[in-house]
Design a protein around this ligand. Structure first.
Ligand SMILES: *Cc1c(COP(=O)(O)O)cnc(C)c1O
Length: 351
């Protein structure tokens, strides 16, 4: 730390991203990226845009919003696009948390929530999940505070039903609820329809997982027009050009190529079912994941050992070295071939 670093950040522990190795070609099952390249239409549209990079991008994101209106069934004033969904989550902490609106989220969830709370200097409370990693609704229903709920949750993959989300949202109309649907396209039900009924709900989504655009950085939020206006106030006060030209074009292409999207996500869902069944045969217990990853614990081999052995064999998964998670590994669902390599390698390792 230099002597110039502001005291307000001195104690900040930044988010630790999953490894992105360069030295060796790994089967990469550690950061929940898509195993498939982006839609060819998204690639073509982004390439064409490269030749206009001397010009700023459209701060109103009009092309993207039009494509979203056509494909996602939202109105133009109900959506805002951001630089990955991490950015809209940060905007939500900026916009909707303060001393009288502390942030509330589970003790086991997306690690960035705590980082954003600390970055923004807002009070927060981590609410323990039950032993089986499920949310106890009583911790959120009629409780004051701005609630952040990843649904499905990460790294467990476990979902709350939309009826349960609605109970939380409706029980406390003066408290914002942010539902992070980064993984919703892999089989869970979306809370987006509730945003027309409740103005205290923001649903966030990303193009990083189901739309194969993690490297482009594109996310969005859906909420009532007044909540979207607040988020735009924050956005225009930080970086109105937060979505660059190539990403904007790629996003339009990805939204328009519905066929590609459907095929990619149904392949992931099929590969998840196959992998889960194979891992169970090998003595793993899995949470009930509706995402593009599984969360697996072996009946005898420690999680850290499995992680290390897989890495030696060229397969990267994500291991969290915390008391409640250390027995598990989070394994991204890759292509059928990658999943076969994983299962074959595990068979050897566990011998
Ligand atoms: C991956 C992820 C995000 C962020 O994704 P971006 O790449 O920033 O869009 C947000 N929430 C959860 C739960 C995630 O797993």
């Amino acid at each position: 730390m230099s002597r110039f670093f502001s005291e307000k950040y001195a104690a900040l522990t930044p988010y630790t991203p999953g490894e992105q190795p360069r030295e060796r070609k790994f089967v990469k099952l550690n950061t929940n990226e898509s195993p498939f390249p982006p839609s060819p239409l998204a690639v073509r549209m982004a390439q064409a845009e490269a030749e206009k990079l001397q010009l700023y991008s459209d701060p109103e994101c009009r092309d993207l919003i039009e494509a979203a209106v056509d494909t996602l069934g939202v109105n133009a004033d109900e959506i805002v696009f951001t630089n990955g969904s991490d950015e809209i989550l940060n905007f939500a902490f900026m916009a909707f948390c303060d001393e009288s609106h502390p942030a509330l989220f589970p003790d086991i969830t997306y690690g960035f929530y705590k980082v954003f709370a600390e970055l923004n200097g807002v009070p927060y409370r981590e609410i323990p999940l039950r032993d089986d990693f499920s949310i106890d609704l009583r911790d959120y229903v009629s409780v004051r505070g701005t609630k952040f709920i990843a649904n499905p949750n990460a790294p467990t993959g476990i979902v709350l039903s939309v009826a349960e989300i609605e109970r939380i949202v409706s029980s406390s109309p003066n408290d914002m609820v942010i539902v992070d649907e980064a993984y919703v396209d892999f089989g869970a039900e979306s809370a987006v329809p509730l945003t027309r009924k409740y103005d205290n709900l923001l649903v966030t989504r990303t193009f990083s997982k189901s739309r194969s655009l993690a490297g482009a950085r594109l996310g969005f939020g859906i909420a009532s027009p007044s909540v979207i206006r607040d988020l735009n106030t924050v956005r225009y006060s930080t970086n109105p050009y937060n979505v660059n030209r190539m990403t904007m074009a790629a996003g339009v292409g990805a939204l328009k190529d519905a066929e590609y999207f459907e095929s990619a996500r149904s392949t992931v869902i099929e590969n998840r079912a196959w992998t889960a069944a194979e891992l169970e045969k090998l003595g793993f217990t899995l949470t009930d994941s509706l995402t593009n990853f599984i969360f697996a614990k072996h009946k005898s081999a420690p999680g850290a050992d499995i992680y290390a052995k897989l890495k030696e064999n060229g397969i990267l998964v994500r291991h969290f070295d915390t008391p409640r998670l250390k027995d598990y590994n989070r394994i991204t669902i890759g292509s059928a071939e990658e999943m076969k390599t994983l299962v074959d390698t595990l068979k050897i390792i566990l011998k």
